[in-house]
Ligand binder design. Structure first.
Ligand SMILES: *[C@@H]1O[C@H](CO)[C@@H](O)[C@H](O)[C@H]1NC(C)=O
Ligand SMILES: *[C@@H]1O[C@H](CO)[C@@H](O)[C@H](O)[C@H]1NC(C)=O
Ligand SMILES: [Zn+2]
Length: 311
């Protein structure tokens, strides 16, 4: 058999297998219908959505604690376009399956984490943003989540470990004068092939994760412990949120908000506003990475310099 076909059969097997695993046993939930929307998630049986360490949160940057041990995130294998195997419309997001070989490590993480998939959250067009996390009360156009498990654990096993998952969160911001990105254009061109819930398409190596991330500085991030942002909202995630957005032309954002449907028939069912509302921080602490200087310290230095100047 032609090796490409063998690879496709393997991917197909993985996709079919995934259909029947516990990832889909979270009961029925949705974003926009009040009967199954986020306000109802806390009551889902076996769920954790009513917990005290939930995500997403509003990150207040002056309140973050500077941690000099949080160094640059090292992403190995993320530049390999061949690792992005297929794209699927899950009805609640667009989901990209990743092959083995993408590894995340950094000082401040308890283990090496393996990337399994990524997906996005968005609002309603380029003017109505839909990120999940906020930075200083600001919401961005979209949010990209790369989902990893600790030491390549299976999802079911990782759900039992309070640090079983590491999710990297990157913001996308629609910007009128942003430089066009051939990589995001390739990504959005595939969306037409997965317009309906349940549709999937193989990827052709035209973009890698590293290319989608553009020039975001991997040393500047916030860290906190939280949850999955979809039911069952398990409190098993080490979150890393990069505050500097990936700037994209508005057309990249509208491709998501106008092409995808949340149902398998497509009728009156655009997949939009697929974000969970903010959750309270409670008694948790957000940490700032070593190169993110606390703003309070900077303003102190500036005012000290100003006083010294006057003296
Ligand atoms: C969620 O927790 C709060 C406080 O612990 C409680 O008052 C509320 O009834 C709970 N809601 C559900 C749906 O369990
Ligand atoms: C990681 O886990 C996947 C799925 O369970 C498995 O196919 C793969 O071989 C594992 N990789 C390594 C390096 O152990
Ligand atoms: Zn997500």
């Amino acid at each position: 058999m032609n090796p490409t076909w063998v690879q496709h059969l393997l991917v197909l097997g993985t996709l079919l297998g995934a259909r029947y695993t516990s990832a889909d046993t979270a009961g029925s939930w949705c974003y926009e219908d009040p009967k199954c929307g986020p306000e109802t998630w806390a009551a889902l049986p076996q769920g954790h959505c009513n917990g005290t360490r939930q995500s997403p949160i509003n990150i207040i940057t002056p309140a973050a604690v500077h941690n000099p041990h949080l160094g640059v995130m090292s992403l190995a294998g993320y530049g390999d376009a061949g690792k992005l195997t297929s794209m699927e419309n899950k009805g609640t997001t667009v989901y990209v399956h990743l092959a083995d070989g993408l590894h995340l490590s950094a000082q401040g993480l308890p283990a090496v984490y393996t990337a399994k998939s990524f997906h996005l959250h968005w609002g309603q067009g380029a003017d109505q943003p839909g990120s999940e996390h906020f930075i200083n009360h600001k919401r961005f156009s979209m949010e990209l989540h790369i989902v990893h498990t600790k030491n390549n654990l299976s999802k079911d096993v990782a759900l039992k470990d309070p640090e079983g998952f590491a999710v990297l969160a990157f913001f996308l911001q629609a910007t009128a004068n942003a430089r066009p990105s051939q990589h995001w254009d390739s990504f959005t061109q595939h969306l037409k092939k997965v317009a309906l819930k349940g549709q999937q398409t193989y990827l052709d190596g035209s973009f890698s994760l590293r290319e989608l991330l553009g020039s975001v500085n991997l040393a500047r991030y916030y860290r906190y412990h939280g949850s999955l942002t979809t039911p069952n909202c398990d409190e098993v995630v080490v979150w890393t949120v990069f505050p500097d957005p990936i700037l994209v032309p508005p057309g990249v954002v509208t491709a998501f908000t106008s092409t995808l449907s949340s149902t398998d028939s497509g009728a009156r069912s655009q997949l939009q506003n697929n974000y969970r509302p903010l959750q309270s921080l409670g008694d948790r602490q957000v940490q700032a990475s070593s190169t993110l200087r606390p703003e309070a310290l900077i303003s102190l230095l500036i005012s000290t310099a100003a006083i010294a100047w006057h003296l």
